[in-house]
Design a protein around this ligand. Structure first.
Ligand code: GAR
Length: 195
C-alpha cells in the first residue's frame, strides 16, 4: 500500500449499476492533491451502465458481471478485489444487494450512498415515497454497510427542503447534486476518523 504523509493510501473499488455521477465525483476527489484514495477498479452488474465511461476516460480497470448467477458473480467480485488489493469498497448506485459473504470479508470497509435521510426511507423509490408522505425535507446519507438493507453506522448526511412544486424527477435531480458533494466528504471523514 502506498503511503501519504505517513498514512496509508487506500485502493478503492467503486460498484455501480447506472449513470455513475457519484463515481465521477469520487474519481475527481481521488485526483486531488493529498487524496488518500486510488480508485483501481470499477465493478458493474450492467454492461450498459453509462458510468463505465468515467472508468474508461480515466484509465480505470472495470469489470462487467453477469448477475444471473449471483453466487458466481460474487465469487468474481471477491477474486478481483483480492487481486487488486482493494481496501475499501464504495457502492455508488449499485442496485444489487451484497451477500454476507462479501460484507463479512470487508466488514467496516464498505460504504454506500442512499438517497434518503436514513433510517427513514430505506429501500427503493425514496423520492416517490417522501412526496407521497408530504415530507418537508429529504436528503442523502453515506453509511457503512452491514448485513441489513440501508442500515449501518452513518458517516454523513445532507438535508434538502422539499417544495410544493417538486415532483419525483425535480427532487431526484436536486438531490443528486448534493449526493455528489457528500460522497467524497464522507469518504474523507471516514478515512480521517476510522483508518
Ligand atoms: C443515487 O441517487 C444513489 O443515491 C442511488 O442511486 C443513484 C445513483 O446515481 N442509490 C440507491 O438508490 C441505492 N439504494 P449515480 O449512478 O449517478 O451515482
Amino acid at each position: 500500500m502506498e503511503k501519504l504523509n505517513g498514512k496509508k493510501k487506500l485502493n478503492v473499488s467503486v460498484l455501480i449499476s447506472g449513470r455513475g455521477t457519484n463515481l465521477k465525483s469520487l474519481i475527481n476527489f481521488s485526483k486531488k492533491k493529498n487524496s488518500r484514495i486510488n480508485i483501481c477498479l470499477v465493478i458493474t452488474n450492467n454492461k450498459n451502465a453509462k458510468g463505465l465511461n468515467f472508468a474508461i476516460k480515466n484509465n480505470i480497470k472495470y469489470l462487467i458481471l453477469n448477475y444471473k448467477n449471483k453466487k458466481k458473480a460474487e465469487s468474481k467480485i471477491l477474486f478481483n478485489l483480492k487481486r487488486k488489493k482493494i481496501n475499501l469498497i464504495c457502492l455508488a448506485g449499485f442496485m444489487k444487494i451484497l451477500s454476507k459473504r462479501i460484507i463479512n470479508k470487508y466488514k467496516g470497509r464498505i460504504l454506500n450512498i442512499h438517497p434518503s435521510l436514513l433510517p427513514k426511507y430505506k429501500g427503493l423509490n425514496t423520492h416517490e415515497r417522501v412526496i407521497k408522505n408530504k415530507e418537508k425535507y429529504t436528503g442523502c446519507t453515506v453509511h457503512i454497510v452491514n448485513s441489513k438493507l440501508d442500515d449501518g453506522k452513518k458517516i454523513l448526511q445532507s438535508k434538502i427542503r422539499i417544495y410544493k412544486k417538486d415532483n419525483e424527477k425535480s427532487l431526484a435531480k436536486r438531490l443528486l447534486k448534493v449526493e455528489n458533494k457528500l460522497y467524497p466528504k464522507a469518504v474523507k471523514k471516514f478515512l480521517d476518523t476510522s483508518l
